[in-house]
Design a protein. Structure first.
Length: 448
């Protein structure tokens, strides 16, 4: 009897110690995330004009959110419900009309949860030090924080995307998490339709890797969930697409941008020309189906006719996404603080330097992974997704806003890469050489 009691006590102590250890690991992470949220909340409250939180697309999102059911499910067809998916307007519909700061505060909370969830994911595959290094990168990287102050889809999409990454990784050992990850990815596509690019890495993993059954299941569930909205658009608009925004971007930014770049004209001039041509070809009363078919065909024709311009466009766009400081956002969100131009330029320089540091680590990590040719599922998915998002987002409308979904992928790539001893040693050698070189230069300048 005493033996059973003793055994029970030991088991209970082991469980309690495990919980204490977890709290000991997680508490600093939670504290850092809460501190970040608090600082951003104070910043949010200091902004005198709520309109500062608005962007061009915000007006449409808010209008649709105020009439959510009638726009998306009413008896009268609303063309906006084809060009905007329901995910983000549904999120906004839960808040009082006009209370923008409350909406942004909830986005700050979603960002904080995203940071902690990603920390837990990284901690599973690396050491505590590396996981905290990744968390600090997420907290200090500017694009996610800056974009969380805008009434746009990025923060909500990133939250859902990080949740998907966490569940996908956990699902390699538990089927329930696997089913949930497919469901969450399907929802992510309804929040931001350009996320359809995220299905391609899953397909490639099914084709080339050994964990085919698990990934195939995630892919099927995600496609099934997102297909519900595709079927809806087919029934309502006779167009089997997730959103009409893709055809618009294909013509006005990809096609017109390629033409503008190759023929040395401004993007606005090329877009104006294409808008007039579209009106002449399809007319003012054309159906949504006719407009979409024209835009897809015309956009592809422009790209094929201007291949050099298309490549240049995407190279420049990728550079803007990777190292662009988000100048417009910084100027807008700091206007009420009265900071000098020198201070603003210094902030931008720090942001660019941090971005260069992160990109360097990503490239080094990818190099070592390809050299070893040994992957874990979440690592392979992150690398392929990072490359595809960067390529697909780098069009004429590319800027730092489109960097947001890259950040969690970069942190996964870097942190799992750093858990490789060979890469860590190599990186330490590079850093020590840089310290030695800059240290010697400093001594020479100061006559040491």
């Amino acid at each position: 009897m005493n033996m059973f009691v003793t055994t029970g006590i030991l088991k209970s102590m082991k469980i309690v110690n495990g919980l204490i250890d977890r709290k000991h690991i997680y508490f600093p992470a939670i504290a850092l995330v809460m501190l970040s949220i608090s600082i951003k909340t104070i910043w949010l409250l200091s902004i005198p004009n709520q309109n500062t939180l608005m962007e061009n697309d915000s007006v449409r999102y808010l209008r649709i959110s105020e009439n959510f059911l009638s726009v998306f499910f009413g008896s009268i067809t609303d063309s906006d419900s084809f060009f905007i998916t329901p995910g983000y307007p549904l999120f906004l519909s839960f808040f009082p009309s006009g209370n923008f700061k409350m909406m942004i505060f909830c986005q700050l909370l979603l960002l904080g949860v995203s940071q902690f969830v990603l920390f837990k994911l990284v901690l599973k595959h690396t050491s505590i030090k590396i996981a905290y290094f990744g968390l600090m990168l997420f907290l200090l990287e500017s694009s996610t924080s800056l974009e969380s102050f805008n009434l746009l889809t990025e923060t909500l999409f990133n939250f859902v995307f990080v949740l998907f990454l966490y569940l996908l990784d956990a699902g390699m050992s538990k089927n329930l998490y696997l089913y949930a990850s497919g469901f969450i990815l399907g929802l992510a596509l309804i929040v931001r339709p350009v996320g359809q690019i995220l299905l391609i890495p899953l397909f490639l993993m099914v084709v080339f890797r050994t964990w085919r059954k698990q990934i195939a299941l995630v892919l099927l569930i995600a496609v099934a969930i997102s297909s519900t909205w595709i079927i809806r658009n087919q029934v309502v608009f006779s167009v089997p697409q997730l959103s009409g925004i893709q055809s618009l971007n294909l013509l006005q930014f990809e096609g017109a941008g390629a033409f503008a770049k190759e023929n040395n004209v401004s993007l606005k001039e090329a877009q104006t020309k294409e808008s007039k041509l579209e009106l002449d070809r399809v007319g003012e009363d054309a159906s949504v189906q006719t407009v979409v078919e024209y835009r897809v065909g015309r956009g592809i024709d422009l790209i094929l006719a201007n291949p050099v311009g298309f490549i240049e466009l995407h190279l420049e766009g990728a550079a803007k996404i990777l190292v662009g400081p988000g100048s417009a956002n910084i100027s807008k969100l700091t206007a009420h603080l009265g900071l000098s131009g020198v201070v603003i330029d210094f902030i931008k320089a720090v942001i660019v330097l941090l971005r260069l540091f992160i990109i360097s680590l990503v490239c080094i990590s990818i190099y070592f992974v390809l050299r070893r040719r040994v992957f874990i599922p979440i690592q392979l998915y992150s690398i392929v997704s990072w490359i595809l998002i960067l390529i697909s987002s780098g069009g004429a409308n590319a800027y730092s806003r489109f960097r947001v979904p890259l950040i969690p992928l970069e942190i996964i790539i870097i942190c799992i890469g750093l858990s490789n001893p060979i890469q860590r040693v190599c990186l330490e050698k590079i850093l020590s050489r840089l310290r030695g070189r800059f240290g010697n230069d400093y001594k020479k300048r100061n006559n040491w």
